[in-house]
Design a protein around this ligand. Structure first.
Ligand code: MF3
Ligand code: CO
Ligand code: CO
Length: 255
């Protein structure tokens, strides 16, 4: 339903822009703590502190009973990895996903990191995941169909021999964590709602080396793994549709 997608006011956009900038800065900040043998729980603690020190709250904490302040998804974990005492080791690839609430406004972003030397396959996967987000951003302009984001991402990723996860999607964001619309990373050409200035949503394609299928961890109810335990990679940005294109609100400008 088009009418369920919130068109943000100038005031809301300014608030969401600030929250997005903090989320992006948090991902830069955590970069200096990524040493071999560090636990994901330690990284979660540093992220929680940084967000609070900047007058904001970490959105994941207690969201639908999620127990930590960010998601850290290592190797075959597709998304929603729960920070724990388990340690990052040489050769791991991992996604850190940060969502901030600043003055009531949400900013959502994630990126891949790696520990030491990683396989050629892992490097290629990370590059394809990065480029697939960029391809989605190119499709983000007023008058375009949301479906064209997933249509172009699918075409590109399949041409590289990888698969796109269907079980988890991008989403409207800003005044709530998850708003309309659902942003599919695989879709039919010219399907779905039409983008309008003032809409804000995430694009966050999860790309797998093997099967697109995922398996939810029975014990914690959150951790989503690839069904074949092969690698997965993801990048996420929060995007504003403007009068003449888009603004990537979680992009870190050199400043
Ligand atoms: N940040 C994730 C997203 O991109 C959602 C995490 S839900 C949580 O939509 F509960 F795990 F935090
Ligand atoms: Co998101
Ligand atoms: Co996120």
């Amino acid at each position: 339903m088009a009418k369920k997608i919130i068109i943000k006011t100038a005031e809301q956009i300014e608030g969401i822009r600030k929250s997005c900038r903090l989320a992006a800065d948090t991902l830069v900040y955590i970069g200096s703590f990524l040493n071999e043998g560090v636990s994901t729980e330690f990284l979660d603690k540093k992220i929680d502190e940084y967000i609070r020190d900047h007058g904001a709250l970490p959105a994941p904490l207690h969201y639908q009973q999620f127990p930590k302040s960010c998601c850290i998804s290592v190797n075959e974990v597709v998304c929603h990895g729960i920070p724990s005492g388990s340690k990052l080791k040489y050769g791991d690839i991992f996604n850190i996903d940060v969502t901030t609430i600043l003055d009531g406004y949400y900013g959502d972003t994630s990126k891949m990191f790696s520990m030491g030397e990683i396989s050629e396959e892992a490097k290629l996967l990370i590059n394809v995941a990065f480029d697939s987000l960029e391809i989605g951003i190119v499709q983000s302009f007023p008058g375009n169909y949301f479906g064209n984001i997933g249509y172009e991402i699918g075409r590109f990723v399949h041409s590289k021999g990888f698969r796109v996860v269907r079980d988890y999607c991008g989403h409207g964001v800003g005044v709530k964590f998850h708003e309309e619309p659902q942003v599919d990373h695989i879709a039919e050409k010219n399907s779905g709602e039409i983008m309008k200035p003032g809409m804000i949503f995430t694009i966050e394609p999860m790309i797998n080396v093997g099967t697109q299928r995922t398996r939810l961890d029975k014990h914690d109810g959150w951790t989503a793994r690839t069904a074949d335990n092969k690698l997965s990679a993801q990048f996420e940005h929060t995007i504003l549709i403007t009068n003449d294109g888009n603004e990537v609100l979680t992009k870190v400008e050199s400043r």
